[in-house]
Design a protein. Structure first.
Length: 124
């Protein structure tokens, strides 16, 4: 799995997992599954087009984690991304831009906890 960490004007782009999906009602960084043979950057650029209707430039790996949920193990790679244009939720999902302080007040999947901690930590 790959996800985009898009920051604009001190806010991060998030989408809400819809009803009927695993972890419904949790906020997440947009992204999705890699198709067979896809590299992470190709998969993430495709997911951003499909989910939010934007072109993106995939940058450096920000954080990676392997997390076990009941019945499944998830390997998740978060990449810094720049997007062109304004994102539009293509599947009717909720979307919002969230400041660093707000990140700690929202429900996120457990796998995102390390990334959230890193993003809200004071600069070293």
């Amino acid at each position: 799995m790959v996800a985009a960490v898009v920051e604009r004007d001190g806010r991060f782009l998030l989408t809400l997992r819809p009803r009927g999906t695993h972890l419904e009602g949790h906020w997440e960084f947009p992204g999705g599954k890699c198709e067979p043979g896809e590299t992470h950057d190709v998969a993430l650029a495709r997911e951003m087009r499909e989910e939010l209707g934007v072109e993106s430039r995939v940058g450096d790996l920000v954080y990676a984690v392997t997390h076990e949920y009941p019945g499944r193990t998830l390997e998740l790679h978060f990449y810094a991304c720049d997007i062109q244009g304004e994102p539009t939720p293509m599947y009717g999902q909720q979307m919002r831009w969230v400041s660093r302080p707000e990140l700690s007040s929202l429900p996120f999947p457990e796998a995102d906890a390390g990334l959230i901690a890193r993003l809200i930590a004071p600069p070293a």
